[in-house]
Write a protein that binds this ligand. Structure first.
Ligand SMILES: O=P(O)(O)OC[C@H]1O[C@H](O[C@H]2O[C@H](CO)[C@@H](O)[C@H](O)[C@H]2O)[C@H](O)[C@@H](O)[C@@H]1O
Length: 673
């Protein structure tokens, strides 16, 4: 939806069709308007069938137009620049449906002493919406967050997809799954599956001539996707689906995010699925169980409604625009969902350290937390610090393993402090650019956390050449990158704030004591998630398709020409090395395209890449000036070889034994990234 449109609120498609149908004499309305959809079954064809059909098609079309609203696009980068603070409609909506992150305190306060059960929709909630439904993969960090949540709370995925398909995406055995809008947990008759197959065939036939239209069989339901169909053809899609459904009186159609969902006319939906799951998991005690349901789509409203009616638990709508909803709270996008899930885990794990600055709790347990801890428990600071310490320790470990270089704890701490200074610089710029609200998307030095990572927001030549008047469509595959970028920016900013707090809190402590404190905090946090998985998650994020694929594609595109032009200017060895590098990059791109989740392969290629050193600097300069492949390669050794959590104690031990060679002198600038 274009926000410049008149109504800021997306209305229910049913309401739209009812409105339209309201104009007809009631005796002509023998077709049924289903809750959450409508079916053309039982239609009285005597009077003006064509007219009724037209009304149905138009109703469907209206619903299609109002679905999957898009936000304003930034002219230069195809990104959204608008902030909710500037949008009065959004602010008004937020007052009714506040952020679940901002309201975390209330949510957990009401859950004190009760059991939380978590229900999660998949598309648009755990994975960003993308053009190709088969590519709606979940990021490794999101998977880690869901895995952690499931460690502490019974967790179920409730999806419109078939159960198998959603499992293929989520890949976590510890969860419960309800596919086909929850239908596959209620053992529907084989007839439903059969008619889904039949209607899939008919739908495939009729839409085959419409460019971009696809049909997805979700076992008991069928999705007709029109996200990639030109808007002028949407009416045709609506008409054809409507026509096909006339032969299937037991099926109805509802509208989701750029998708028409054909479902059996049975009294079953995601709300019923949630009730069923609560019952069968022994969580039906509404006094003592708080179900939290997070979803982004219309079908999730059935679940929100159930929670509201039961007067227990919370629906959380994932949306960046105001919507009519039965949910109590909102989150803007999957990255906020992940943050919320992480909050839940930390709250559960560290309830003893719960402090006002962190979750705003003022429970008794707070009084037992020492003041210094209160300062240090600023959640985001701890997170950022953890990442930072983790990263530095990891680099140290690499230097230790690959270069046989070791450093003292105080040197390591010095490096951490230097890194923090870089964060500080980045955070200050990031904070000022965001608080100015100017929408200035200039790259911020240091946004790659000093890791030599490309800044996904840095304008590349290709982007700069695009005419500013016509904004490029928001590339769905960039969603993770901007998610990652947002996260890094947020963490950086918070690290800076946290650093200030910590500086005050730790004033008077000497380097070693400070280091001890850092490590203690780190271990507390790491204890919640296990150190290896934090490192692994971080490595996965840094080497993920979302971060690296775009710059790699750009380099691979230009590399052959560069080689040709420079062959006579470089040595034979260099030429071979570069050729080798190009081949590896091509391999890497292939993995990113075909099996982006295959981290083992990505690690392997990156390791080999490390041997090839940096690509020619004039080649990468325009594309990804900060990209340092040889350094990224160092990331790829499995943490299991030497758990990073042991490293600090190992360093200390060796230091005590006097076995350390301090390497400050050998490392100019002390930057070991
Ligand atoms: O209940 P959900 O798990 O949210 O499933 C609802 C539909 O999700 C998928 O479609 C949506 O996501 C696609 C990938 O991002 C996107 O291309 C499409 O436009 C969205 O509607 C799924 O493909 C459908 O079958 C589900 O019904």
């Amino acid at each position: 939806m274009d926000l410049s449109n008149s109504s800021p609120v997306i209305t229910d498609p049913v309401a739209i069709s009812q409105q339209l149908l309201g104009g007809l004499p009631s005796n002509l309305m023998q077709f049924s308007v289903m809750p959450g959809g409508y079916s053309s079954s039982g239609m009285n064809v005597g009077v003006s069938r064509l007219k009724i059909e037209e009304v149905l098609v138009n109703g469907l079309l209206d619903a299609m137009k109002s679905s999957s609203p898009r936000r304003r696009l930034n002219v230069a980068f195809g990104e959204d620049n608008s902030s909710e603070e500037e949008d009065p409609a959004y602010s008004a909506w937020m007052a009714k449906c506040p952020s679940a992150l901002a309201s975390f305190k209330q949510i957990v306060a009401s859950a004190q002493g009760k059991k939380i059960a978590v229900f999660l929709d998949y598309d648009g909630t755990l994975s960003p919406i993308v053009d190709d439904p088969d590519k709606a993969v979940m990021s490794p960090v999101m998977r880690a967050a869901v895995r952690n949540v499931a460690k502490y709370f019974p967790t179920a995925i409730v999806s419109g997809r078939s159960r198998n398909k959603v499992f293929e995406f989520v890949k976590l055995k510890e969860l419960y799954y309800a596919g086909s809008h929850g239908m596959d947990i209620m053992a529907p008759s084989a007839n439903h599956e059969h008619s889904a197959e039949k209607v899939t065939k008919s739908l495939l036939q009729v839409v085959s001539g419409i460019e971009g239209a696809t049909v997805e069989n979700n076992k008991f339901c069928v999705s007709v996707h029109y996200r990639n169909v030109a808007e002028k053809d949407w009416k045709l899609v609506a008409r054809l689906v409507n026509e096909v459904l006339e032969a299937f009186p037991r099926l109805k159609v509802t509208n989701g995010r750029m998708v028409l969902e054909v479902r059996p006319v049975i009294d079953w939906d995601k709300g019923k699925a949630v009730e069923f799951l609560l019952q069968s998991l022994g969580l039906n005690d509404s006094e003592n169980v708080i179900p939290i349901y997070i979803g982004d789509d219309r079908t999730d409203e059935d679940a929100f409604k159930v929670l509201r009616q039961r007067n227990c638990g919370y629906g959380i709508l994932v949306s960046q625009v105001p919507k009519e909803t039965e949910a109590f709270y909102s989150l803007r996008d999957p990255s906020e969902v992940m943050e919320f899930l992480n909050f839940l885990v930390r709250w559960k794990k560290h309830s003893v350290l719960r402090a006002p600055s962190r979750f705003g709790s003022n429970s008794d347990s707070d009084s037992k937390v020492p003041t210094q801890k209160l300062h240090m428990c600023n959640k985001r600071f701890v997170d950022s610090l953890v990442l930072l310490v983790c990263w530095m320790v990891w680099k140290e470990r690499n230097a230790h393993v690959f270069q046989n270089q070791r450093c003292s704890a105080s040197f390591l701490f010095g490096s951490i402090k230097k890194e923090v200074a870089i964060w500080k610089e980045a955070g200050a710029s990031a904070a000022s650019s965001s608080s100015s609200g100017s929408g200035d998307a200039k790259p911020v030095k240091g946004l790659g956390l000093g890791l030599g990572l490309p800044d996904p927001r840095a304008p590349r030549r290709r982007a700069a050449k695009q005419p500013t008047a016509a904004p490029p469509p928001l590339p769905p595959r960039g969603a993770y990158a901007s998610e990652a970028l947002e996260k890094l920016t947020r963490e950086t900013r918070e690290a800076v704030r946290g650093l200030e707090t910590a500086t005050g809190a730790m004033a008077g402590l000497d380097d070693d004591a400070m280091m001890e404190e850092f490590v203690k905090q780190f271990e507390e946090f790491a204890g919640a998630q296990d150190m290896d998985s934090i490192v692994e998650t971080m490595m996965q994020q840094l080497l993920s398709k979302e971060i690296l694929h775009e710059p790699m594609k750009d380099i691979v595109e230009k590399y052959p020409k560069w080689l040709e032009e420079n062959k006579s200017k470089i040595s034979k060895e260099e030429y071979e090395r570069y050729n080798n590098q190009l081949e590896l990059m091509m391999k890497l791109n292939e993995v990113y395209e075909k099996e982006p989740e295959n981290m083992a392969k990505i690690f392997e290629i990156m390791q080999n890449m490390q041997e090839c050193g940096q690509p020619p600097s004039d080649l990468v300069q325009d594309i990804a000036p900060d990209l340092d492949l040889s350094k990224l390669g160092q990331l790829t050794f499995q943490p299991k070889e030497l758990p990073a959590s042991n490293l600090l104690s190992k360093i200390k031990e060796e230091e005590q034994r006097g076995a350390l060679r301090v390497r400050e002198a050998s490392l100019p600038g002390c930057r070991c990234n």
